[in-house]
Structures are given as structure tokens and as C-alpha cells.
Design a protein around this ligand. Structure first.
Ligand code: ADP
Ligand code: MG
Length: 282
């Protein structure tokens, strides 16, 4: 398998300044009859007096990659947790595969979704392989079937298979995130949700993983929802960028929409702040 090698700054710098290069057609004609894979209908979430997410309408089409972006505390993780069914909306509905997410339906629906968080969320007392295969084991997959799937996934995420015997504490940050991705993909879910999956990694590893992750998503044709606070990373992955501020969606579109047709001054301020960050970093 071809090992992707890139100039570590390339995707970050390049994509911070212009629209992302598209290696697949922009038009993914989804017929109006096709129900969205994920649909928020007036879905919102409060914690006491704090509004984490105001009532929101948002559809996710099959095979699309949507990136949620915005300042810290704007509600990105809350939106993702609502989709995964880890929290319930205090108002409105979340539907997955045309089924309302409730306490009753969430466990079965969750098996059709893979979820990756920033810290990986691996159990320290289990080997990488056991972590990745945890749910499959719970569902009664045979040892042979689990081993076969692990080998296949390790190759897909470019993790040397012998590392599966190690414990998370014996792996680098990048390797741990590859294992977390394997765990998310283990049951071959239709939807993959990632909450700042590359946020804790150093820039070179991060750039490598950006390239590899995108390859994996394109090859597997998953519906992907990813959170990042980095606009360049958003542009690299996204068919659609959803910019949030203080629990509201400010704008949803391509990077070009955000830069050329900003919905309001905040969008421009956000975009420019990200640009100067990247210029300072370079
Ligand atoms: P982001 O992921 O964009 O940084 P979050 O979705 O985590 O933001 O949080 C949105 C808002 O909701 C923040 O003000 C945060 O403090 C609040 N919040 C999130 N989770 C909880 C919680 N479990 N209890 C209380 N407040 C919360
Ligand atoms: Mg968050």
C-alpha cells in the first residue's frame, strides 16, 4: 500500500488560503427522495442556564463529509454527542437512518456509528487490539473473525500489526489515534463521527494523518462528521463546513462560501483570525 508522504505544512498552509482541492466530484446528486442519514429537527441542548446548542435544523447526506468548526465552547461536541446519543436533546429531535434517537433506540443505532474523540478514549489496561475489538467481542464475534478484521483495519489505517499487542501507554499519540480509528471502524459503520481526532498531535504527525484519514474516508465512502477548531483542516476534509458560534449555526457551506460570501462579520473575523494564525506559524 502506498504510504502517503507530504510536506507537513502543505495541507495546512495551502488550504488555509484557498478552496480545498477536490479529488472527487463536488456534485453528489442525492435525490430528494433520499432521506438524510442524520437529521436534527429543532434539536437543542441546555445545561441549567447554559445553552450549549440552540434549537438547530441540520441534515447530513449519505457519503458526505461535514466539518463542524467554531470557537471553544460554541457547541461542536454537544452537537456530536447528540448525534451519537450520548446526550439527549432538551428540545427537538435527532433522527438517524430515519429513526428517532431515544434512550431505547440509541444502543442499536450506536453500532451503526463509529465515534473517535481527541484523547482516543482507549482503555489503558487493554491492548490496542483488544480496545479496537471490544464491541465486536461483546457482540460475540469469534476470535478468528476479530483477528481477521483487525489485520484488515491495521493495514487501512497504516498501523504496523504487531503494535496491536501493545497497551495504549506504549504507543505514540499518532498510533493511539490510529487504534481509536480502528475501533470506530471495526463494525464497518455507515457513519463516522470524530471530535478533534487530530487535535492532540504534533504538526508533522497531524499532516500525515490528515492525508491518510481522508484517503480512508474516500475509499470507504462513509458519512463523516468531524469536529475541528482549525479552518485549514476543515477545508481539507469537508464537503461542507458548518461554522458555529455560541450554540448557533452561523454559516454552512464551502470554504469559498465562507471567504467569498460570509454570512456576517463574525465569519470574516473567524476566517481572518485563522489565516493570521497560520501565517504566524509558518
Ligand atoms: P465545544 O466542543 O464547541 O468546545 P461544547 O459543546 O463542549 O463546546 O460546549 C458548549 C457549551 O456547553 C459550553 O459553554 C460548555 O461549557 C457547556 N457544556 C458542555 N457540556 C456540559 C456539561 N456536561 N455540563 C455543563 N455545561 C456543559
Ligand atoms: Mg469540544
Amino acid at each position: 500500500m502506498r504510504r502517503a508522504r507530504v510536506d507537513p505544512d502543505a495541507p495546512l498552509i495551502h488550504h488555509a488560503r484557498g478552496p480545498p482541492t477536490r479529488s472527487r466530484p463536488i456534485a453528489q446528486p442525492s435525490s430528494p427522495a433520499t432521506a438524510p442519514v442524520i437529521a436534527l429537527r429543532g434539536a437543542g441542548r441546555t445545561y441549567g442556564a447554559t445553552v450549549a446548542l440552540h434549537p438547530t435544523d441540520l441534515d447530513f447526506a449519505v457519503g458526505d463529509t461535514t466539518v463542524l468548526i467554531g470557537p471553544s465552547g460554541c457547541g461542536k461536541s454537544t452537537l456530536l454527542r447528540l448525534i451519537v446519543g450520548l446526550i439527549e436533546p432538551t428540545v427537538g429531535d435527532v433522527r438517524l437512518f430515519d429513526t428517532p434517537v431515544t434512550r431505547q433506540t440509541a444502543p442499536a443505532l450506536r453500532r451503526r456509528m463509529g465515534y473517535v474523540i481527541q484523547a482516543g478514549g482507549l482503555f489503558p489496561h487493554l491492548t490496542a487490539g483488544a480496545n479496537a475489538a471490544l464491541m465486536a467481542r461483546h457482540l460475540g464475534w469469534s476470535k478468528a473473525k476479530r483477528a481477521e478484521r483487525l489485520t484488515e483495519l491495521a493495514e487501512q489505517v497504516h498501523l504496523p500489526a504487531d503494535l496491536l499487542e501493545r497497551f495504549p501507554g506504549e504507543l505514540s499519540g499518532g498510533q493511539r489515534q490510529r487504534v481509536a480509528l480502528m475501533r470506530a471502524l471495526m463494525l464497518d459503520p455507515e457513519v463516522v463521527l470524530l471530535d478533534e481526532p487530530l487535535g492532540a498531535l504534533d504538526p508533522m504527525i497531524r499532516a500525515d494523518l490528515q492525508v491518510e484519514l481522508k484517503e480512508v474516508f474516500q475509499r470507504l465512502q462513509k458519512t463523516v462528521v468531524m469536529v475541528t477548531h482549525d479552518l485549514a483542516e476543515a477545508a481539507w476534509f469537508a464537503d461542507r463546513i458548518v461554522l458555529l458560534r455560541a450554540g448557533h449555526i452561523v454559516q454552512a457551506g464551502t470554504l469559498e462560501d465562507l471567504t467569498q460570501r460570509p454570512a456576517d462579520d463574525f465569519v470574516t473575523t473567524f476566517v481572518n483570525a485563522q489565516r493570521s494564525l497560520h501565517l504566524e506559524a509558518s
